[in-house]
Write a new protein. Structure first.
Length: 399
């Protein structure tokens, strides 16, 4: 790789000045912070900077092309928002990240992110559009930080990394360096219910200038404080900086709980006259995840006889509701056949591979010439196999 000597010298000088600035700027606690004040200008001093927008409002935004709703609201930019450096320049090298946590009540597919940030450490024009990394981490188990603590770069421990090129930012109010951003992820990130995750948003472009992720100002903090890693300044991953929560929203949609069809019962009749109407029942239930919705329907039943089901389908059956009883009525076929068999098939309407088969059997009298309610008729039906064996034995003896 060919490197620019002049650029290298400038970077060395820049590092020296920056470290000197950090040494004397103890108020920023060795962290890149953009703090608000009462001036309407940007004041650059090494790794610190300050900016004021004389408007005490929070900026709102439209969803643009997003049709999904907000699944996590960490609040947005405010008139006195700060910012923490979160940037990648692999040639410098510079790799710092800021991460904030979120926790959803339901399983969700996160499909988009909206956030605020600011450029500093230069006079512009600012890189817009700009490349970004959207990084999702698991919690390390403490509830206080993501995975990868103490590493030079924790990205390898991330659950998902989305590189989003050429993201167009929109200037915030009268500012010339604060921008808000909105992206749709190339593929959704699946967040499980009641599980803490962390999101890091990192600008990707050569220093200088620098970019910082904005905080949500005086808006309420959510869960744990955000954390930062800035190894080149001696700030290890992950360090609490104490400037309040980051400004961002997550968009997505609720992932329905998985339903699971189950049934109880069977349909078996005996001594049924041809043309007789018989009844029975079985039960349908949802044994899936809590609050899951089961939509079911009866798709198949025997082709003999005339069948009636009540109900023949159902919707939105949740496990907590218990079983649904299906009442069955059959007009037996008008055929002098000893046995009829088959099955009733019930299917999960939203998952064809989830089905259940209810066995069916119907027996008519063996000999309609014998009074079916007499003792001999019942005896012949119950022990028909014995009489059949006896008949064969007698035929053998008489030979």
């Amino acid at each position: 790789m060919v490197k620019n000597p002049l650029r290298k010298k400038c970077l060395v000088v820049g590092i020296i000045l920056l470290f000197v600035s950090v040494f004397f700027a103890s108020s920023i606690n060795s962290t890149v912070v953009i703090a608000s004040n009462d001036n309407d200008q940007v004041q650059n001093s090494g790794f610190s900077g300050s900016m004021v927008i004389n408007k005490s409002v929070c900026y709102l935004f439209s969803l643009g092309k997003k049709s999904d709703s907000i699944v996590w609201n960490n609040y947005g930019y405010s008139y006195n928002s700060n910012a923490l450096a979160s940037q990648l320049d692999s040639e410098y090298p510079l790799n710092c990240q800021v991460a904030d946590d979120f926790l959803l009540e339901n399983d969700c597919q996160v499909t988009g992110v909206h956030w605020w940030g600011v450029f500093f450490g230069g006079d512009g024009p600012w890189p817009n559009p700009c490349d970004f990394n959207i990084i999702f981490y698991a919690d390390d188990g403490t509830g206080n930080m993501p995975t990868g603590a103490g590493m030079e770069d924790p990205t390898s421990t991330a659950l998902a990394v989305y590189f989003i090129p050429q993201v167009n930012g929109t200037l915030v109010g009268s500012s010339n360096s604060w921008f808000e951003y909105d992206v749709v992820l190339p593929s959704g990130f699946t967040a499980m219910a009641n599980t803490k995750y962390w999101i890091a948003i990192q600008a990707v472009f050569p220093i200088f200038p620098q970019w910082g992720w904005g905080t949500n100002g005086p808006n309420p903090d959510q869960l744990h404080e955000p954390v930062q890693g800035f190894p080149v300044l001696g700030v290890p991953y992950w360090t609490i900086e104490g400037y309040g929560d980051m400004a961002f929203y997550l968009f997505g949609y609720h992932v329905p709980q998985k339903a699971d069809l189950d049934c109880r019962g069977s349909l078996a009749w005996s001594d049924v006259k041809p043309g007789e109407t018989i009844t029975g029942n079985f039960q349908i239930m949802n044994v899936g995840e809590p609050d899951s919705l089961l939509n079911w329907t009866i798709t198949s039943f025997p082709d003999w006889g005339t069948w009636t089901f009540s109900p023949s389908s159902g919707m939105n059956l949740i496990p907590q509701n218990g079983p649904v009883t299906v009442n069955v009525s059959v007009i037996a076929p008008d055929i002098k056949t000893n046995a009829f068999q088959g099955q009733v098939i019930i299917v999960n309407s939203d998952n064809a591979s989830d089905f259940y088969k209810i066995p069916v059997s119907l027996m008519t009298p063996l000999n309609t010439g014998i009074m079916h309610d007499g003792f001999m008729a019942r005896l012949l039906i119950r022990f028909s196999y014995v009489f059949s064996a006896l008949r064969q034995f007698l035929q053998y003896v008489t030979l």
